[in-house]
Design a protein. Structure first.
Length: 187
């Protein structure tokens, strides 16, 4: 990648990210900043407290190993060479569930929200899942994350379950909403 243009987000896959040593060198630090800031501000990303840099580095290492094994896809969104979002899916490990994957995380820097970054990341990950032979892509989201739920529905995900008051953050309780995208039914 020569340079990232000004304008909409540029979405890179793991191989494209690895091909740019400058972006790759800053990726863990930038991803940590985004994830820690979002969690600190109350985002539902699977942590109650902001993750540490080593925790994020370990998670990204696991994802990249899964990408190399064909069991994951990782996407990074850039605006003017600045990481503004990331997302990934992981294939289910059980042999009977191999055609299925879980969209684990879509995280967009607060300053870039509303710019189409989440939609671009999710659409790229859906396309990656199709190419990888994934039949059903699942995800779950916290019930109060209405913007994310709207986005997922607009991309064809349907709700298949809801666990009332399942997520506990301090004294607050939120529904866990489960969605799926059946890629067998879509072209």
């Amino acid at each position: 990648m020569a340079s990232i243009a000004t304008g909409g987000p540029i979405i890179l896959d793991a191989a494209e990210l690895a091909a740019d040593p400058d972006l790759q060198a800053r990726f863990v630090e930038s991803a940590h900043r985004i994830l820690a800031d979002l969690v600190r501000d109350g985002a539902a990303l699977g942590w109650v407290a902001p993750p540490s840099r080593p925790d994020v580095a370990e998670l990204l290492g696991q994802i990249l190993r899964a990408v190399r094994a064909g069991d994951s896809a990782l996407r990074a969104a850039y605006l003017d060479r600045r990481l503004v979002g990331l997302g990934y899916w992981l294939r289910y490990a059980r042999p009977t569930h191999r055609p299925h994957a879980d969209l684990e995380k879509i995280a967009v820097d607060a300053a870039a929200q509303g710019c189409g970054v989440g939609r671009a990341l999710t659409a790229a990950l859906i396309a990656d899942a199709r190419r990888a032979g994934i039949e059903v892509l699942t995800l779950d989201a916290r019930g109060d994350n209405s913007a994310a739920l709207r986005l997922y529905r607009s991309l064809g995900f349907t709700e298949y379950g809801r666990l009332p008051d399942f997520v506990a953050v301090g004294e607050h309780r939120y529904d866990k909403v489960c969605y799926l995208l059946d890629l067998r039914r879509q072209g």
